[in-house]
Design a protein around this ligand. Structure first.
Ligand SMILES: Nc1ncnc2c1ncn2[C@@H]1O[C@H](COP(=O)(O)OP(=O)(O)OP(=O)(O)O)[C@@H](O)[C@H]1O
Length: 571
């Protein structure tokens, strides 16, 4: 027998849905919701009191359950006595009712629970860190070890903080008094364990408090990379190497960069007669920003003095300086470098003799002995290689006098080279460059070898260009970020940064060509029209008041009456 189909109203859900969505039903639902909201507002005090009374009753039941049986009788008698007294005093029951309601309202108020202490995952992380430290911070035979397997990590870790993603941000830990915190190796071991367990890839600062046997680990933020070359507010004799952490130095400089001007902590290097570290050595991996740092220093030096550049890498990255006021030469070739440095050596001696004579005659030192002279040598060891091949002098030989006597003669030497070539640096360069900078990724050992002290932070494997460490004399090791000072003649340089560097260049003393005489206003156009930087440069300008240097790339030199005259030997 064929089955009869069900009536359509039972199989089709559309009418039911339509009923549910119908206007009177929706209005009714809205009304019910409003009524419920109003009722909860009106009855809120009663609800609170009711909740409080429930809590008080539960607390009372708990108290009764915890009371030993032999105490229950006296307690009942005491409560009954209280009830009788309340019943007998005038308005007693009313006052008791008010008191009970008040107590109920207080107990029933909504309390927001504040989470304190670490979460489970954070506790686990701290416990793992504690366990990892046990082998390094415990000795056998310690009767009450601070660090022991399955020990109490809360005793060892005084304070800690995690960031939003649950990564450790700060940790203060105590260590036993017998731990050899005065030894670099012992410290390095602990720092490595903490670095590994707290999460690699971030930079940590370790503050060892030997008096309190306490170590504080703090995660360091990145140093600002958005500060471009600009006129820094410094006194004569001060050079900004870069920027560092706010806690590391006591001074700030106003800088433009980023969204609005701000104050940032600088690493300021002081040169001149009173400087205890009058010369600088920069070492780093290739491409980590040493040429950029030298360019930044040269631009600052030109504000008050004269600059000689030896570009040993020969890539012409100082081409923008050629022909500018105060730039005495930009040398890429061996012969030119030898001639220029020989002159600089004699100029140092001349200044010393002139200043000495003036002093003996009771006069102040002549002006031409006091104008700062900067010798900036980028990769001089590359020229040393060429010198060996050609059987000529290492140009570094001529740095000896400026390095030894430069401080008194207002001559400053800045040398930059690569780690791999560091052993080719001459002894005077190593001995007299007390201001040091390491750029790029470097191990703790490399930093220590160059700066004479390890960094108090964990060097990370990848850093932006211009990032490194600086140490001035015996001062602390500072994190450093060099201001972006790219080569304006490099096509990869952004227009903003190119203009920033060009704005700092002094005016030209040698026109680019006859048709395009340079002015300060047309800097960008002139820069575009400049010849390739590695072309022969007629960068001859007065040196001091009495001497002239004329250098030509690949030229030969001879000394004439206290001045160096360079004649072309090639082509
Ligand atoms: N402080 C900095 N801020 C931004 N970019 C930088 C900084 N320092 C260097 N750079 C960029 O990194 C690259 C390499 O810089 P630079 O030529 O100065 O390094 P280097 O160590 O001299 O390398 P090389 O020895 O190969 O010449 C360039 O593109 C440069 O613009």
């Amino acid at each position: 027998m064929a089955r009869r189909p069900l009536p359509r109203i039972l199989t089709d859900s559309a009418p039911i849905a339509r009923m549910a969505n119908s206007a009177p039903l929706a209005r009714g639902r809205e009304l019910a919701r409003t009524a419920a909201d109003s009722a909860s507002d009106v009855f809120h005090p009663l609800i609170t009191i009711g909740r409080g009374l429930r809590r008080l009753a539960a607390a009372g039941r708990g108290r009764w359950a915890r009371t030993p049986k032999e105490h229950r009788g006296p307690m009942l008698v005491f409560v009954a006595g209280c009830v009788v007294i309340v019943a007998l005093v005038p308005y007693g029951p009313l006052l008791a009712l008010i008191a009970v309601m008040g107590a109920g309202a207080w107990a029933g108020r909504e309390r927001t629970t504040v989470e304190t202490g670490p979460t489970e995952a954070e506790t686990e992380r701290l416990r793992a860190l504690y366990e990892a430290l046990v082998p390094y911070l415990s000795v056998e035979g310690d009767p009450s070890p601070l660090y022991a397997h399955d020990g109490d990590w809360e005793q060892a870790f005084g304070a800690y903080a995690f960031d939003d993603s649950g990564r450790l941000e700060r940790l203060q830990l105590k260590y036993p008094a017998y731990f050899t915190d005065g030894e670099d190796r012992s410290r390095a071991r602990i720092e490595q364990v903490l670095y590994a367990k707290a999460g690699r890839g971030r930079e940590y600062h370790f503050a060892w408090d030997e008096l309190a046997n306490q170590l504080t680990l703090t995660v360091l933020g990145a140093l600002p990379t958005d500060i471009a070359a600009q006129r820094f507010v410094t006194a004569p004799g001060e050079t900004v190497l870069g920027f560092t952490d706010p806690d590391s130095v006591q001074r700030t400089l106003p800088v433009a960069g980023g969204e609005e001007p701000r104050d940032v902590p600088p690493v300021v290097w002081r040169t001149g007669q009173r400087s205890t570290e009058p010369h600088l050595l920069v070492l780093g991996q290739p491409g980590t920003g040493s040429t950029t740092l030298l360019r930044s220093i040269a631009l600052q030096a030109l504000h008050h003095g004269d600059v000689l550049v030896i570009d040993g890498s020969g890539t012409g990255e100082f081409g923008c300086l050629a022909g500018r006021r105060g730039v005495l030469g930009v040398e890429c070739g061996l012969a030119g470098a030898l001639a220029t440095l020989e002159w600089a050596s004699h100029e140092t001696e001349r200044r010393l003799i002139a200043a000495n004579r003036a002093r003996q005659a009771g006069r102040p030192a002549p002006d031409d002995t006091r104008r700062p002279l900067w010798i900036i040598a980028d990769r001089p060891t590359a020229l040393a290689h060429v010198a060996v091949a050609e059987g000529r002098d290492d140009p570094q030989r001529w740095l000896q006098v400026p390095l030894r006597h430069g401080r008194a003669a207002h001559v400053t030497v800045v040398v930059a080279d690569q780690f791999e070539s560091a052993e080719l640096l001459s002894d005077p360069v190593r001995a007299h460059t007390k201001a040091r900078v390491v750029l790029g990724p470097a191990t703790v050992e490399e930093v220590r070898a160059v700066l004479g002290a390890p960094p108090h932070t964990t060097p990370t494997a990848s850093v932006p260009p211009g990032r490194g460490y600086a140490r001035l004399g015996t001062g602390p090791v500072l994190r450093l970020q060099v201001p972006a000072t790219p080569d304006p003649l490099d096509s990869a340089t952004s227009e903003v940064q190119r203009r920033a560097v060009l704005a700092l260049l002094p005016e030209r003393t040698v026109p680019v060509d006859a048709e395009a005489p340079a002015t300060a206003d047309d800097e960008p156009a002139v820069a575009e029209a400049e010849p390739p930087p590695d072309a022969a440069k007629p960068a001859a300008e007065p040196v001091g008041a009495t001497t002239r240097v004329s250098t030509v790339k690949g030229g030969e030199s001879r000394v004439v009456n206290g001045s160096v005259e360079v004649v072309r030997a090639e082509g």
